[in-house]
Design a protein. Structure first.
Length: 382
C-alpha cells in the first residue's frame, strides 16, 4: 500500500523502480551487509535510470518531479531491504542545500553529477561533543583571502566514506552562538580533508557511516552555501524535509515488520494451532495494524501539505517523534512473535528490528522532537 493515492505516472514510476530494486538491490543485500558497504556502481545505475535527485530541474539533469516520487523511492528501498542504500540522504537531504544555497558555479559543477551518481553527497552536522545541541559544534572556519580554512571533526556521517562532497556545518563566530553557524561544501580531494573509521554499528550495516576530519582544510569561498552565519536558519528550513523522509522510512519499515509478523504467526504452530489464533497474539497484531494504519493516515496528510508548500515543522516533529517510536514498538512485537527464530540472522525480522532502532535517533531524536513540540505549545522545558 502507498502512503498516498497515486497518479498513473507515479504508479508506473513505482513499478519500474520496484523492478530495479528486485534486480539490482535485493539479491545483493546479504553481501553488502557483510561488506558494510553498497558499491558505487549501484549509484551509477540509479543515476542512469533517473532515480537520484529526480526532483531537480531538468537544467541540472533532473526530472523535475515532486516529493511524491521521493516517497516512492524511500518506500520501495525499504521493501526491497535496501534501507542502507544512502540515496535518499543524498537526494533529499544533502543535495537540497546545494540547490537552494549554492553559488551558480558550484551548482553547475556539482548538481548534474549528483543526478548521474558520479558525485555522492553527505551532510556533516554531528560532532563527537555536539549532536542534539548543534549550536555547540566546534568545527571552525576562518576566512583567509579567497578561501576558508577549516579545522574540526564530524562523526556518524551517513555516506561518509564514499562521499565526494560534504555539506559541512562550521562555526565562524564565538562558540555557543548558533547564529555563527555557516554551511560550506567541502569536496573530496581538498587538502586537509580526510576520513576516519568506517563505524561499526548495531544495524544499518550496508550503510557506510564515518568520521570526517578537517585540518587546515582550504576551501574556496565560492563553496560557501548561502551567507555566512545563516546556516542555522538554513538547517531549520531543510530539516523538515529530512525528517519527513525519515518518517517515510519509519512507516515503510513498520509495514514490513507487520507483514512479516502476520505471515509468520499464521504459519507457525504451537499447542496444535497457529500462534496467531491465541487471543493475546491476535490482539497484539490488531494493535500493530492499527498503529501502522494511523501512521499512514497522518503521513498522507503531511506529505500532501509538504508538496503544497505548507510549513510542516510542528507536524513533522510530531510525526518523527511518534513514528520513530511506533516502528520500534512494531518491530519489537514482530520479533517477539517469531520466538527464537526472530533472533536468527536468516529471518528478515532480525535485520528489520535492529535497523529500526536508528530511526528514533538520527535526524533529531524523539526527545528533541518533543522539545520542538513543547516549545510550540508555549512551554519552555529544560
Ligand atoms: C545511523 C546514524 C546515522 C547518522 N547520520 C548522520 C549524518 O549523516 N549526519 C550527521 O550530521 N549526523 C548523523 N547522525 C547523528 C545523529 O543525528 C545524532 O546521533 C543525533 O542527533 C543525536 O545526537 P548525539 O548522538 O550526540 O546524542 P546526544 O545529543 O548526546 O543525546 C543523548 C541523549 O540525550 C537526549 N537529549 C539531548 N538533549 C536533550 C534535551 N534537551 N532534552 C531531553 N533529552 C535530550 C537525546 O535525545 C539522547 O537520548 C547519525 C546517527 C546515526 C545513529
Amino acid at each position: 500500500m502507498s502512503i498516498f493515492e497515486e497518479t498513473e505516472e507515479q504508479r508506473i514510476f513505482r513499478q519500474e523502480f520496484r523492478k530495479f530494486c528486485a534486480r539490482e538491490i535485493t539479491p545483493n543485500v546479504e553481501l553488502w551487509e557483510r561488506q558494510r558497504a553498497v558499491p558505487r556502481e549501484l549509484w551509477r545505475k540509479m543515476g542512469e535510470q533517473g532515480y537520484l535527485c529526480a526532483w531537480l530541474p531538468e537544467t541540472f539533469g533532473g526530472l523535475g518531479l515532486d516529493f511524491h516520487f521521493s516517497v516512492i523511492i524511500g518506500e520501495e528501498l525499504i521493501r526491497a531491504d535496501g534501507f542502507g542504500v544512502g540515496a535518499p540522504l543524498h537526494s533529499d537531504v544533502a543535495v537540497p542545500y546545494i540547490f537552494s544555497y549554492g553559488s551558480e558555479a558550484v551548482k553547475e559543477r556539482i548538481l548534474p553529477k549528483c543526478v548521474t551518481g558520479e558525485v555522492i553527497t553527505c551532510i556533516g552536522l554531528t560532532e563527537p561533543n555536539a549532536g542534539s545541541d548543534l549550536a555547540a559544534i566546534r568545527t571552525r572556519a576562518v576566512r583567509d583571502g579567497d578561501h576558508y580554512v577549516i579545522d574540526g571533526q564530524k562523526t556518524f556521517i551517513t555516506n561518509g566514506i564514499f562521499a565526494d562532497a560534504v555539506v559541512l556545518a562550521v562555526k565562524m563566530a564565538e562558540p555557543g552562538e548558533s547564529k555563527g553557524i555557516s554551511l560550506i561544501l567541502v569536496e573530496a580531494g581538498t587538502p586537509g580533508f580526510s576520513r576516519g573509521r568506517k563505524l561499526e554499528k548495531l544495524g544499518y550495516h550496508m550503510q557506510d557511516t564515518a568520521e570526517l576530519f578537517f585540518e587546515d582544510c582550504r576551501v574556496p569561498v565560492e563553496n560557501l552555501l548561502g551567507e555566512e552565519g545563516r546556516g542555522f536558519k538554513y538547517m531549520m528550513e531543510k530539516l523538515a524535509r529530512e525528517r519527513l523522509e525519515v518518517c517515510v522510512k519509519c512507516q515503510a519499515m513498520a509495514e514490513e515488520c507487520l507483514k512479516e509478523a502476520l505471515s509468520y504467526s499464521k504459519m507457525r504452530h504451537a499447542f496444535n494451532r497457529p500462534i496467531a489464533t491465541f487471543q493475546h497474539n491476535a490482539f497484539k497484531l490488531a494493535e500493530m495494524a492499527t498503529e501502522v494504519d494511523i501512521g499512514r493516515t497522518y503521513l498522507n496528510t503531511l506529505v500532501a501539505e509538504f508538496v503544497k508548500g505548507d510549513a510542516i515543522t510542528l507536524k513533522v516533529s510530531m510525526a518523527k517523534a511518534w513514528l520513530g517510536e511506533m516502528v520500534n514498538r512494531v518491530a519489537y512485537n514482530a520479533l517477539q512473535l517469531h520466538g527464537g527464530y526472530g533472533y536468527m540472522e536468516e529471518y528478515r525480522i532480525s535485520r528489520l528490528f535492529r535497523d529500526a532502532r536508528s530511526l528514533s535517533i538520527f535526524a533529531g531524536t524523539t526527545e528533541i522532537m518533543k522539545l520542538i513540540i513543547a516549545r510550540r505549545l508555549g512551554l519552555n522545558p529544560v
